[in-house]
Structures are given as C-alpha cells and as structure tokens.
Design a protein around this ligand. Structure first.
Ligand code: DGL
Length: 268
C-alpha cells in the first residue's frame, strides 16, 4: 500500500497539524477531512463524539489512507479506541505526542470542554512526568469564534484573558494548546502571557512521530516551502467558506471538495 495520510478534524483546526506535517515532511500525500457540518465537536456528549469518530475514520479508510492522523484532540481524548478499531491501519494521535514535549513541572492545558472532562491530558502528562501539576481549562467559546474567522477581536481577547487567568494564578510554566484550533490564536495568547511561559503545540510532536513512517527530514534549519500539491482537502459543509478561512494558514487558496460521509445507496 502506498503512503497516504488521512488527517481529520471538525474544521480548520486540523490545518495546524497539516501545516506542521507538510513543513517537516514536504508534500507527502494527504487526505484531509474537516467535518464542518458538525463543528464544534468539543461541546458534544462522549457517545456522540465516538459515533462521529467511527463515521469519519470509516470514510478515510474508504479513501485508502495508509495511516490515520487524529488532528483533533477531542476525538483523540474520547474515541482513540474507536478510531483504532475502525481504521485497520496505524493511528497517530496528539495527546501522547504533546505529553512527550513537556519539560516543565507546572503545566497548563487549554482544551475543549469534552477534552478537559475526559482527563486525557492530565493522565498522559502525569504518566510521563509523575508529580507534575496539571491545570486544565475548558475554552468553549474559542472554536465557534475561530470557525467564524475571529482571531483577534476585543471580545475574544477578553475571553482569552478569562481562560488564562486560572493558569496564571497557578504559576504554570508552559501551556499546551490542547485543541488543534488554538495554535491559530497563538499571537493573541502570546500577547497575554508573560515571556517565560512556553506554548506547546502538540502538532510538532505529531510531525516528529511521523518520522518513523516518513523518515527524518534533513535538519539543516530550512523548512521546505509549504506545498499542497499532494493534499486533497475535503469538508462536509461550506467548501468555499473553508477555503477562505484556510487561505492565510496555507499561503494559497486551496481547492476544497464537498463530501458526504455516509455510504451512497446503490441505484437499482
Ligand atoms: N480541533 C478539535 C480539537 O482539537 C475540535 C474542536 C471542536 O470542534 O470543538 O479538539
């Protein structure tokens, strides 16, 4: 089977993972699915998130991907077993990769309500770094605003200050961006955090984990230019809106296909 990565997320968030993967590994073949008809995932019940993960991974499998990359923390936290059961190919996730990037003993985690409630980040960090303090904060308003194209409004800034405040009160030394949408807010978050606090983007860990499959890139300090030549971008709703929102992050306006995840009934 030739190599093809299947990445999925509820919307534009997984593009932060796509970007890290393409920067590290060049134009590896990718099928990206943004489930924009059902975004946000992070405010849904665990049973619903698990059913969605099964459907999305079954669709990726039909596209003949050779590895599934869960470019979504929420499904990673609640349905990794579902994805592994459905995929029939290796599954790469974000949460373990992020925990492996932690070097500090006081760690903040910003994530969706479902990811925070699952405790998956706390568990992974504590398993690798026993005795560390993990302060989790759910950020329910971030994803709807990011999907609406708001990355810097005064209201968003106010919300971010509220979400960061418990982390600052606990004197965290690093903050994990535990939802793939949040690296899109990095400039805003950076401006609100003291200089010494490190922001951790799990996507970097995922891109490195893929070295085992794709080989290590030449470490000459020069990232290859981002190329979408072998990337197929698919969404379940609003392909043009998605293309518009994706343009600044991908450096070009991509072609985006509208897909239906449910198997089509055969005509008689
Ligand atoms: N970007 C996804 C995550 O990493 C999903 C966010 C959402 O749809 O709520 O959790």
């Amino acid at each position: 089977m030739s190599i093809c990565l299947g990445l999925f997320d509820s919307g534009v968030g997984g593009l932060t993972v796509l970007r890290s993967v393409l920067r590290r590994h060049g134009s590896v073949p990718v099928v990206y699915l943004g489930d924009t008809a059902r975004v946000p995932y992070g405010s849904r019940a665990p049973s619903e998130i698990r059913a969605i993960a099964a459907e999305v991974v079954a669709w990726l499998k039909d596209q003949d991907v050779s590895t599934v990359v869960m470019a979504c923390n929420t499904t990673n936290a609640l349905a990794r077993d579902v994805a592994e059961g459905q995929a029939g190919v290796p599954v790469v996730g974000l949460i373990g990769a992020a925990a492996a990037l932690v070097r500090e003993s006081r760690v903040g985690v910003l994530a969706t309500p479902a990811t925070v409630a699952s405790g998956a980040y706390r568990e992974s960090i504590e398993a690798l770094h026993p005795g560390s303090l993990v302060v989790q904060q759910a950020c329910p308003d971030f994803v709807p605003r990011i999907e609406a194209g708001d990355l810097s409004s005064p209201e968003l800034r106010q919300l971010a200050m509220g979400y960061l405040s418990p982390l600052l009160e606990a004197s965290v030394e690093s903050v994990i961006l535990g939802c793939t949408h949040y690296p899109l807010l990095e400039p805003l978050l950076r401006s609100l955090l003291p200089d010494g606090i490190r922001l951790i983007d799990p996507a970097e860990g995922v891109a490195r984990q893929l070295d085992a499959l794709l080989g290590s890139p030449a470490e000459d300090g020069h990232a290859p230019p981002l190329s979408l030549a072998s990337t197929r971008l698919c969404v379940t709703a609003d392909p043009e809106g998605f293309a518009t929102r994706a343009t600044p992050w991908l450096g070009e306006r991509p072609l985006v296909e509208l897909v239906d995840l449910r198997p089509q009934a055969c005509s008689p």
